[in-house]
Write a protein that binds this ligand. Structure first.
Ligand code: FDA
Length: 398
């Protein structure tokens, strides 16, 4: 049998985290191989941000990430910042713009980000093997210090000093997403925080589906779950609720919890009473129609059931309506699941990883980066910033 090909670093997964890690390790003079079972690198980058890739967020801060350990992401995010990635994008002359809430997008195409990362890898002498999956992954403790990680790739046997698992999470399986990172983690005795779909639309069932007729309507709302709230657009769908405010709050939601929607965001409780004083002849639907799409205004007015001119409605009833409009509770019966989730929350437990290097505390040379780790960002470029930052953290030492 031929002798194995030996690398310093083998990285599984040619997504954002894996490619970033590869480029950084390659520049340090490491012999690096990146392996992906997909035929092309960075497929999620290509479809992200509607094809324009929301590649970072200038408001990146640790409190915009979920994890069992809310401090874990601090080290990597502080050592590779949004500005560092902007500098890289600028060096490649990629034009970009801020869309909203600090979200940065390519002016032209997400393809430019993948091409940039591939160029960085090529400059750093990184080898990339696409369309191939590894098997027989193992660690030989007696070979530690040499190249303890071994695996098979097609007919080749490979060995590596370090193994970086950058295979992401299982969201959007039809794109080749897998829970492989968790399999590897468990195989080596690391814990996995129960993975769950995040940044995902809600489904509503039974009596909760009262807004089905509004499918396609969107409105500015505050969506809340427990103590967490997001003010952005919500979109009614034929199955439930979507839109940025809903995707954001979904990451914080657990089965059985209510979601409260504020349809009068930023308005004082006495707003309806003020409307009555200022425009006594109008009806509730007209008052609400000045704030939101007519179809939604009419539906909400119907549900509240206060007909006629505002002038004829007692202040007490208007105050009650206002309370309801500020806190309209829904009980989602579930989410659209991994098939539609933009990311996976949970993942390889941060308790078993170094926050500085992403290396497994008890297994030298084994690293986990990107979405496979129990760190999940808000909607808006935060997840890519985590992919870049965790990739750089591991690439600097692997
Ligand atoms: P990623 O999933 O990108 O890469 C993992 C790689 O591993 C893939 O190439 C996969 O083929 C490979 N792989 C999996 N299993 C394997 C195996 N067993 N063997 C070999 N290879 C394997 N975030 C953001 O910040 N801004 C945005 O605009 C968007 N937009 C967006 C849109 C949509 C539709 C989705 C689904 C997601 C987003 N995201 C996003 C989230 C973002 O795409 C995600 O967080 C990152 O791509 C995660 O990067 P990773 O490198 O960790 O995993």
């Amino acid at each position: 049998m031929s002798s194995p090909k030996t690398y310093d670093v083998i990285i599984l997964g040619a997504g954002g985290a894996g490619l970033m890690c590869a480029a950084v390790a390659g520049r340090r003079g490491r012999r690096v191989l990146v392996i992906d079972h997909a035929d092309q690198p960075g497929r999620k980058i290509l479809i992200s941000g509607g094809g324009r890739c929301n590649f970072t967020n200038i408001n990146t801060a640790p409190d915009r990430f979920l994890s069992a350990n809310r401090h874990f992401m601090k080290s990597a995010l502080s050592r590779y910042t949004a500005q560092d990635f902007i500098d890289l994008v600028n060096r490649y002359g990629i034009a970009w713009h801020e869309k909203t809430l600090g979200q940065l997008f390519c002016d032209q195409s997400a393809r430019q980000i993948v091409d940039m990362l591939m160029a960085e890898c090529a400059d750093a002498g990184v080898e990339v093997a696409l369309g191939k999956a590894v098997s027989e992954l193992a660690r030989d403790d007696s070979a530690s210090g040499e190249a303890p990680y071994s695996m098979r790739l097609g007919l080749d046997r490979l060995r590596a000093r370090s193994l970086v698992v950058a295979t992401g999470g299982p969201s959007i399986p039809k794109m080749g997403a897998t829970g492989f990172a968790y399999e590897v983690a468990r195989k080596f005795g690391l814990k996995v925080v129960e993975p769950r779909p995040a940044l995902v639309p809600f489904t509503l069932g039974g009596t909760q589906i009262l807004f089905r007729e509004l499918s396609g309507v969107s409105a500015d709302v505050i969506a809340s779950c427990g103590k967490t709230s997001f003010r952005e657009a919500a979109l009614f769908t034929h199955r439930g609720l979507s839109g940025p405010a809903i995707l954001q709050i979904s990451s914080y939601w657990q089965h059985g919890q209510d979601i409260a929607i504020d349809f009068l965001p930023g308005l004082p409780p006495e707003w309806l009473v003020e409307q009555k004083r200022d425009r006594p002849k109008i009806h509730m639907a007209t008052a609400l129609g000045s704030l939101m799409p007519d179809r939604l205004a009419t539906t909400l007015a119907d549900k509240i059931g206060l007909g006629g001119e505002l002038a004829n409605l007692p202040d007490r009833k208007l105050a009650g309506a206002s309370t309801r409009l500020h806190r309209w509770a829904f009980s989602p019966n579930g989410t659209e699941g991994f098939a539609k989730a933009e990311v996976t929350a949970g993942g390889v437990s941060t308790a078993d990883l170094s926050s500085k290097t992403m290396e497994a505390k008890k297994i030298p040379g084994l690293y986990f980066i990107g979405e496979g780790v129990d760190v999940t960002g808000w909607l808006g470029g935060y997840n890519f910033q985590w992919a870049w930052a965790s990739g750089v953290a591991a690439g600097a030492v692997a």
